[in-house]
Design a protein around this ligand. Sequence first.
Ligand code: SF4
Ligand code: SF4
Length: 141
Amino acid sequence: MGRILIRFNEQQVSEPIASQIIIEYKVPMAILSAHINNKGGEILVEVPDEMEKKVIQAFRQRGVTITVPRLIDVNIDRCFSCGTCIALCPVEAINFDKENTVQFNKEKCLGSSCSICVDACPARAIKTVKPNGNNNQVKKS
Ligand code: SF4
Ligand code: SF4
């Protein structure tokens, strides 16, 4: 499944653009997060890999801004297992294993459309990277 971040402006947010694309392309689109009001906003969606390019093109043809969210990466040497990222993650994408090692679940993580852990980490051990970057484990040193 591919993830895309869809940004609607004030005019677009009142139009049924996503619904039209779902119907027209018969594409299942799972909404992972949404931050929208009458001024605009963004939704993070997941679509089948084979449909991703078509869906991106369809939104762009309608003038909607599309980006591919960046992933999370960590600096092993900086983490001191404080647990802040675990406490704040809205989708439980981070946990400690038995060795007090932080484990990220890439499937759950909302990436740069969230970034709460990136901003909150007191050690600045977490950063966002391009989707083909490496990740994802923090070992306690
Ligand atoms: S990655 Fe940062 S916030 Fe998370 S446990 Fe390590 S030091 Fe704490
Ligand atoms: S960016 Fe951090 S806080 Fe947000 S979902 Fe991913 S792991 Fe959780």
